[in-house]
Design a protein around this ligand. Structure first.
Ligand code: UDH
Ligand code: NGS
Length: 359
């Protein structure tokens, strides 16, 4: 009994030395491993893709030039160059604008050609000017289902226009999954939420896929009041069907969007959701701003009636109660599931399950 006690005490004394040795061995092995991983990355010139999100947000905050690679080894040197060259703000009116332009939907458009002719647009349909800091960060949100041909025209015309407008922008196509009743406004709410997961956007342009401005001076940015950009549509004889009309293309800053609790989620099928948005805006003492009727001209692609987007018989009832329902139905009550997110060269395509209208 006595002996064993002594041996126990010996072991106790010996322990720190042994563990120190083991710790040192572990440290040496760990360092060797670490060094070899770094060496492999360096020699293969691999990209640290995880840095891309950081890079996009960082650049926008600081307004630095974007011309750098993220190959390991080059990274440090290039970030320090960039930190020195802070970009000046872009001018309020872009010098690159061309004014009125011809928009036709009879030409052939091809995605690969669009990609080649817009080499500065990065994966997911993002762009920011190289030589100046854009005044706003704009998420362009398109409600979508089964309109691939229209989307091609939209990309063909819009990417060059948005670049000439010197915007820091990203294009988000929110595709409704399945073949059940369409819900435009809910898709727009989802676009708001999903785009913000990617980048610190401060302005949101909500655009139907079939509308193209005929004048690039109609800037796709936000204003001090909610903006109606499709102010003179060809299908209405380059006018509006009524003064409160807010359909087609609109732009709201984050502040304006949150002030109205986003858009309604409960307009299933065609019609009324844009009028509800108008009601929300008016009820929060804001008004609609528009470009003049020449600058605000736009063309719509003519098309057949969509499946599962019949006029909603409940829309008039819903519209009569916007003021009562808007606090509980909107961005604060939005629920959906993302089915998939795909980054294409010219746009980000997010397919969502938005559920069904209440039976
Ligand atoms: N949309 C789709 N797929 C659909 C339905 C709508 O992508 O199946 C999107 C698309 O971006 C479209 C927008 O939702 O531009 C608005 O759709 P809309 O049907 O309200 O408006 P649109 O300008 O047609 O396409 C207007 C004429 C419909 C008249 C029918 C009722 N009288
Ligand atoms: C109104 C609809 C709007 C629609 C507008 C233009 O009647 O949602 O017509 O429609 N409001 C209601 O039905 C309550 S359009 O000519 O583009 O088909 O945007």
């Amino acid at each position: 009994m006595k002996e064993s006690l002594i041996s126990v005490s010996k072991v106790t004394v010996a322990l720190p030395g042994a563990s120190l040795q083991r710790a040192c061995k572990f440290l040496v092995v760990f360092c060797a491993l670490h060094l070899s991983v770094v060496l492999i990355y360096y020699l293969s010139g691999a990209n640290f893709d995880i840095l891309q999100y950081f890079r996009r947000n960082q650049q926008s905050q600081l307004g630095y030039a974007q011309n750098y690679t993220i190959s390991n080894g080059k990274l440090t040197a290039e970030i320090s160059t960039i930190a020195k060259e802070e970009l000046k703000n872009c001018p309020k009116t872009s010098p690159l604008l061309l004014g009125p332009q011809n928009i036709v939907f009879s030409i052939h458009v091809d995605l690969e050609d669009i990609r080649k002719t817009n080499p500065d647009v990065t994966e997911g349909g993002c762009y920011r000017p190289k030589n100046c800091k854009a005044l706003q960060k704009v998420a362009i949100i398109i409600p979508f289902r089964n309109r691939d041909d229209h989307l091609k025209y939209w990309l063909h015309y819009m990417h060059p226009i948005l670049q000439r407008q010197q915007l820091d922008y990203g294009v988000y196509v929110i595709n409704q999954d399945g073949e059940k009743t369409f819900n435009r406004a809910k898709l727009l709410n989802i676009g708001y939420v999903e785009s913000l997961k990617e980048y610190a956007y401060d302005c949101f342009v909500f655009s139907d896929v079939d509308l193209i401005p005929m004048d690039d001076r109609n800037t796709y940015t936000c204003f001090s009041q909610p903006r109606h950009l499709s102010a003179a549509m060809d299908k209405f004889g380059f006018g509006l069907p009524y003064n409160q009309y807010f359909g087609g293309v609109s732009a709201l800053s984050m502040k304006q969007f949150l002030k109205i609790n986003g858009f309604p989620n409960n307009y299933w099928g065609w019609g009324g959701e844009d009028d509800d948005i108008y009601n929300r805006i008016a009820s929060r003492d804001m008004y609609i701003s528009r470009p003049d009727t020449l600058t605000g001209r736009c063309r719509m692609i003519r098309h057949n009636k969509d499946n599962k987007n019949d006029p909603n018989p409940q829309r008039f009832d819903l519209l009569a109660h916007t003021r009562q329902t808007m606090n509980s139905d909107g961005i604060n009550s939005l629920s959906y599931k993302v089915v998939s997110t795909k980054k294409f060269p010219l746009y980000t395509y997010i397919t969502v399950d938005i559920g069904l209208p209440p039976s």
